[in-house]
Design a protein around this ligand. Structure first.
Ligand SMILES: *Cc1c(COP(=O)(O)O)cnc(C)c1O
Length: 244
């Protein structure tokens, strides 16, 4: 730590050096409280650190605080960080929009892909997953808000895409993901997440092994947990605001 070498500890240094650990402790506490309040089993919600726009050094701090799951949105940025963190046992989640010419590299370098929004992407990830690696875990991204974001497939396509995806080798179909648009209050947030949970529940009659609902970010994690999230993707509450 630079301040140790300089021999002078300022309040800012202390705040900076402890903030990730402190923020993660707070997020974990929020998760525990929400699990309890909404009748979820303790430990049923997994924390993914969404680290876009933040450097590898901060992911090191995240890992030091005991979080192994890291979510990245942009492939080149993710690869650069991965190359700096090879010594850590991290689990890498791809959570950003996917162009088809990026699937090969994603299939080689990630453990999870949350943002599969069309069958073609799943087929390519399946074909391109290296045979020496375990199956790539995937979630289908659903556009439940209908307008705000363009990513995600319409809810009425999910059953058909899920049927096709579940037959692919090299990938393990784990569940659904959504990024609802900003909602004015907790009730409205829950309504969005409830839509995704309902789709997942219906899917389970055909796909009983589905165990993942990837939903909830810094602003709406409690509502997501109330509606059954098993993974929350948290950026700002861990790292602070993203500049630019
Ligand atoms: C940036 C991002 C997050 C984290 O958002 P915060 O509001 O900073 O917690 C989660 N999921 C996806 C897909 C993101 O792009």
């Amino acid at each position: 730590m630079p301040y140790a070498i300089a021999g002078v500890i300022t309040h800012t240094d202390l705040a900076m050096s402890h903030s990730i650990e402190f923020n993660i402790a707070k997020v974990r506490q929020l998760i525990r409280e929400a699990e309890k309040k909404y009748g979820r089993s303790p430990g049923s919600v997994r924390l993914i650190a969404a680290s876009k726009a933040h450097p590898a050094s901060l992911i090191r701090d995240v890992a030091a605080a005991g979080v192994r799951d890291v979510g990245e949105n942009y492939l080149q940025e993710a690869l650069a960080k991965q190359a700096q963190l090879l010594d850590l046992p991290l689990i890498w989640h791809f959570i950003g929009p996917i162009q088809s010419n990026k699937t090969r590299t994603i299939a080689q370098h990630f453990d999870w892909v949350h943002s599969v929004d069309r069958l073609k992407i799943a087929q390519r990830l399946s074909d391109q997953r290296p045979s020496g690696l375990p199956p790539l875990n995937i979630c289908l991204q659903v556009n439940i808000s209908g307008e705000v974001t363009k990513s995600g497939m319409p809810p009425d396509q999910v059953v058909e895409v899920a049927a096709a995806v579940s037959r692919l080798h090299g990938i393990a179909f784990r569940g659904l993901m959504a990024i609802p648009g900003p909602a004015p209050d907790f009730t409205r947030q829950r309504e969005s997440f409830h839509q995704l949970a309902k789709i997942a529940n219906r899917l389970r009659s055909e796909h009983p092994h589905l165990d993942t609902l990837s939903m909830g970010m810094s602003g709406d994690m409690e509502a997501a947990i109330a509606e059954g999230a098993t993974m929350v993707r948290i950026g700002t509450r861990i790292f602070g605001p993203r500049s630019a």
